[in-house]
Design a protein around this ligand. Sequence first.
Ligand SMILES: [Zn+2]
Length: 306
Amino acid sequence: MRSGIFRLALPWLMALACAVATAAPLQMHEVAPGVYVHQGAHQDFDDADYDGDIANIGFVVGKQAVAVIDTGGSFDIGSALAQAVVKTTALPIRYVINTHVHPDHILGNAAFADGNVRFVGHAQLAQAMYESQDAYLRAAPARADGGKNTIVLPTIKISKPQRLDLGGRTLLLQSWGSAHSTTDLTVLDEQTETLWTGDLLFTERTPSVDGEVKGWLQTIDIIKQKPVARLVPGHGPSPKDQAAAWDAQQRYLQTLQSDIAQGIDQGQDMSQVMQHAAVQEKDKWRLFDVINPRNVNLLFPKMEWQ
Ligand SMILES: [Zn+2]
């Protein structure tokens, strides 16, 4: 039994050894039995010390295999995550799941692409990654790239609830309509009732919009109806009070949307709307002065024509 697993794992370990030779293992927290999370820092893409380590990423260990959930914002962060898996278990990685298209969640994929790992995402993810790849690779600062970042597309495409088997442990994957992004996917570890929300949930960090506010609010309403033992947000710590965390995010999104709509009604231009949109939320979120104007910048032109 033991040698069987070893035989299966050996080619993977050898291939991985090249990728991770220089990476120190990422620091992980076992938030539930077999569920490991690395919490990213609250930095912006444009910060001088941004190195791709801003999203929450991690892995779940079954009896036969491991699934990685998001890979970080650079090849090096992905390598460090792969090293953390090796340090934790001798089992092979069977799946890499991306919760959505954004570069801080997917640019580490290449560190896992050894031919044995299956990449998994929302049905629209491959297309979205393909369309964004030039922009993402160009925008990645040298310290979050080193010339090693490449895009690895998913081949298992999720369009309806689907389970992945890790041996004695299943992950329930669910894709969502346009919300935080157009490619949001949640991952539920059914054994511990741990729900990886991807960027459908932010805690502490200002939520960023790249999809549709209305769809996002509706998605939250659905997810909120089924409380779980624990949430792993896309950014920020796991909330102690889940309802409060969802409510806070809905409040921000609703305020943002209604303030922009009000500004448009009053004939204001985008720079005027930026001065006041959701300003009463300013002290409640990190990186507000960077992310909130970006949200207005994305939503204002769309809403102006509605
Ligand atoms: Zn995102």
